[in-house]
Design a protein around this ligand. Structure first.
Ligand code: NAD
Ligand code: MG
Length: 409
């Protein structure tokens, strides 16, 4: 038996013709696509809150275009810019991480979680506690606190609708009446910019090369995660929590064309998949409008033009991050929490030029090795425990990067 995002059944909130909505991370890649989807069906949504970290100008513009009631900026130094841009509009402004969490407590039908990294955890939990269904793009908050996240969602009986394209494909492929007949769930991976690269080429890879994703235009963090395939590892962990399925029944398949986003294998031998062009407005629209389907302004899939779909097994030698993430998933929440924290630090260090591309996965693996002996098995029952372990993962990663830098220098 697996779980479907359509559960719990019998709730009507998401069936309302007009929905109230908040967007956390409104200036990012997902946030901008979300605004697009909302604007195409302007009469279906009332936007309560939009947030961003630093881009006050873009946030103000988004708030005005969407007719939001409140705009909140994470960085307090950007508040004056936001205030000036929104003067006379009647849109409320606030700043700071606590203000974002407070804004997440405002009751809405649906909260779009599109902040990047573990920074999105507290606002998302606050939105859950306030009774909002969650359209989840921010996979890191599942990876660092999956158990806690699910317990809080169940306690508030809110739905978690997956925006991540692979998980939305699984959501679409799950037949509500046949959840007991699911044998396996498969998520696909484009393989990223280094799908065919040699280890030697990877050793020399620059941030600019790693950021150049062949199929999707995304924020920098997830783009680097795609290059290392850590993104697929995070998505395995996300799938485990979203669909309540164990690692042994979860597969990753490399599919360079990014047309088939995921599929479910049923016990009668049927395979049900979701296909579409690589455009995040499709899964976003599915989550925002579910259980209805509405028109999107995305190109239509033309399979004759695509011509060929190909599939291959991921290469765990060249993409060790996938193996490391799978092991963390099997070791439990403490391990995925450390995995995520170390990865966030290592990705930033790579983008800053402090470590090489191959050092990203190596750092995460080394941190997990150390952490197994010190914090292995830590229970993550509370937000405080989650945040404390996250800090420890970041500390261990920074320490390792620092000591290697000193040795190299
Ligand atoms: P992005 O970097 O483009 O945008 C991130 C957003 O979060 C911005 O609005 C930024 O202002 C905000 N933000 C950053 N740090 C913050 C902080 N500390 N506190 C509060 N807000 C902060 O990222 P993105 O590509 O839009 O990805 C967002 C999330 O969605 C990530 O978790 C990513 O893994 C996931 N996701 C993205 C895509 C995609 O196509 N971009 C696809 C699937 C899942
Ligand atoms: Mg994805």
């Amino acid at each position: 038996m697996v779980r479907s995002p359509a559960q719990p059944e019998g709730r009507t909130r998401t069936d309302k013709a007009r929905r109230t909505l908040s967007i956390f991370g409104a200036t990012g890649s997902i946030g901008v696509s979300t605004a697009d989807v909302v604007l195409q069906h302007r009469d279906s949504f009332d936007v309560e809150v939009v947030t961003a970290q630093r881009r006050a100008e873009e946030l103000a513009e988004t708030a005005i275009r969407l007719g939001a009631k409140h705009a909140v900026i994470g960085d307090p130094d950007r508040l004056e810019v936001l205030r000036a841009r929104l003067a006379g509009t009647g849109i409320g402004v606030a700043a700071g991480p606590a203000a974002i969490v407070e804004a997440a407590s405002r009751p809405v039908d649906l909260a779009v979680a599109a902040i990047v990294g573990a920074a999105g955890l507290e606002p998302t939990l606050a939105a859950i506690d306030a009774g909002a269904d969650i359209a989840l793009a921010n996979k890191e908050c599942m990876v660092c606190a999956g158990g806690l996240f699910n317990r809080r969602a169940a306690a508030a009986s809110v739905r978690v609708l997956p925006v991540d394209s692979e998980h939305d494909a699984i959501f679409q492929s799950l037949e509500a009446n046949n959840l007991h007949a699911v044998e396996r769930i498969t998520i696909t991976a484009s393989g990223g910019p280094f799908r065919t690269a040699t280890l030697d080429e990877m050793r020399r890879a620059t941030p600019a090369e790693a950021l150049k994703h062949p199929r999707w235009a995304m924020g920098p963090k997830i783009s680097i995660d795609s290059a290392t395939m850590m993104n697929k590892g995070l998505e395995l962990i996300e799938a485990h929590h979203l669909f309540d399925i164990e690692s042994a029944r979860l597969d990753v398949l490399v599919h360079p064309q990014s047309i088939v986003h995921g599929f479910v294998t049923y016990s009668d031998g049927s395979v049900v998949a979701q296909l579409g062009v690589a455009d995040m407005r499709i899964p976003i629209s599915h989550c925002l409008n579910w259980p209805r389907r509405v028109e999107t302004a995305t190109p239509r899939l033309d399979l004759a033009t695509v011509g060929m779909l190909s599939f291959e097994k991921p290469d765990l030698q060249r993409f060790p991050a996938l193996r490391v993430a799978r092991t963390a998933l099997e070791n439990g929440d403490w391990a995925t929490n450390i995995l995520n924290a170390a990865n966030e630090v290592a990705v930033q260090a790579f983008l800053d030029g402090a470590i090489g591309y191959l050092e990203i996965a190596a750092t995460v693996e080394a941190v997990l090795d150390v952490a197994t002996g010190t914090v292995g098995g830590t229970e993550l029952d509370t937000l405080e425990a989650v945040l404390a372990l996250d800090r420890e993962g970041r500390r261990l990663a920074a320490e390792r990067i620092d000591s290697r830098g000193r040795r190299a220098g």
